[in-house]
Write a protein that binds this ligand. Structure first.
Ligand SMILES: *Cc1c(COP(=O)(O)O)cnc(C)c1O
Length: 358
């Protein structure tokens, strides 16, 4: 049923990828004068005058050890955003193919589709923020190439039911992309271990959240070797810089420290959730599998502006479908959360004055 070759755009199937100097010669040598680098060095350390490993093998080995998967199943992008964009470029014919998203969800799936002139079909989540499989099925046609599933989902913070995702994986002949940017904060298992069962599965993760490295721009895609080969064919040759590779490698050595942060953030999240729930302006704090909370309030815009005046920035999601009245609040430090709660307790909705009265 699943045929990767058929799914590819014709121009990508026929593409002869760029061959870099480091693709054409790998190994040890006395003199490297094959890549037009600056042989004298650079104002920084000597190392940076050389092009980086185009396939980031050391970083992939380290990631693979942590995730329990071989490096040939890993693609690294300049943030998840690059992992997202390259799927459109490899699989979706502009003006002809379409993809399905499940809103409210992460905005880049749609923006990237628009950049690539690809139609976006929307299977809005059910009231409990779960996938609407019945609606989703009606949107699929022969030009549907990708289905985007964000789990845990941004901004609703919940995980999608595993069984629902499996139904899609088992029945959709295109690619199913599961964005697990927040998986480390969740009790649910990653789908990475399921890759051998599903040739149509792509799992996205990132170093921007649990790893605390949003500034480095490191996204990861996990998939079959065949899909990773497609990624490698279309990616810019040196998409992860030498500095980024070195820093990522250093961070990956500190998995224990990251696990400690994850535990702390989950603890802080649960405490913040309880404390927010007790506030009169808060209607609901939705359960969260992420490092943020979706909070339904009496007056999202008013509270948002009040917090801004206090120097606290949250995300106003109240205009987003299913998120009326909602603010999205990232779990802060203990002190930041305390400041937030203090400011929220001080919020007074403007006293309602019936018209005609002075
Ligand atoms: C934050 C986030 C990402 C991370 O994007 P990067 O480009 O890797 O920083 C990916 N997906 C979702 C749903 C996110 O919320």
């Amino acid at each position: 049923m699943f045929n990767l070759d058929k799914l590819l755009r014709d121009n990508i199937r026929a593409l002869v990828p760029y061959s870099s100097a480091r693709d054409e010669f790998q190994g040890e040598a006395k003199v490297f004068i094959d890549a037009n680098e600056n042989s004298l060095g650079s104002p920084l350390t000597r190392w940076y005058n050389r092009y980086p490993d185009p396939h980031q093998w050391k970083v992939k080995e380290a990631v693979g050890k942590i995730k329990g998967i071989g490096p040939e199943h890993i693609f690294m992008g300049n943030g998840s955003d690059e992992c997202i964009d390259l799927l459109y470029r490899a699989f979706c014919v502009p003006g002809k193919d379409n993809v399905i998203i499940n809103p409210p969800t992460y905005g880049m799936y749609e923006v990237s589709a628009h950049i690539n002139d690809v139609e976006v079909r929307r299977a809005v989540l059910l009231d409990d923020f779960q996938l609407d499989l019945v609606h989703l099925e009606t949107l699929v046609d022969e030009h549907t190439k990708l289905i985007w599933i964000c789990s845990p989902n941004n901004p609703t913070a919940n995980s999608m039911k595993r069984q629902d995702i499996e139904v899609i994986l088992n029945n959709f002949p295109g690619l199913v992309v599961i964005d697990e940017a927040y998986i480390n904060f969740s009790r649910h298992r990653s789908f990475i271990q399921e890759l051998s069962d599903y040739p149509n599965l792509v799992v996205l993760q990132t170093m921007s959240k649990a790893w605390g490295l949003a500034g480095l721009r490191v996204g990861m895609a996990f998939a079959s070797e065949a899909i990773i080969e497609v990624y490698n064919k279309v990616k810019p040759p040196y998409n992860i810089s030498q500095a980024t590779q070195e820093l990522a490698l250093k961070a990956l050595d500190e998995v224990g420290q990251v696990n400690d942060m994850i535990r702390s953030l989950v603890e802080l999240r649960e405490r913040l959730s309880l404390e927010l729930s007790a506030l009169p302006v808060v209607i609901t704090v939705y359960p969260s599998d992420a490092n943020f909370l979706l909070v339904k309030t009496e007056n999202a815009r008013g509270i948002y502006e009040h917090l801004l005046r206090e120097g606290i920035v949250v995300r106003d999601r109240s205009k987003v479908e299913l998120c009326e009245g909602c603010l999205r609040i990232t779990v802060g430090t203990e002190k930041e959360n305390a400041d937030l709660l203090k400011s929220l307790s001080a919020y007074e909705p403007k006293a309602h004055r019936p018209s005609g009265q002075t």
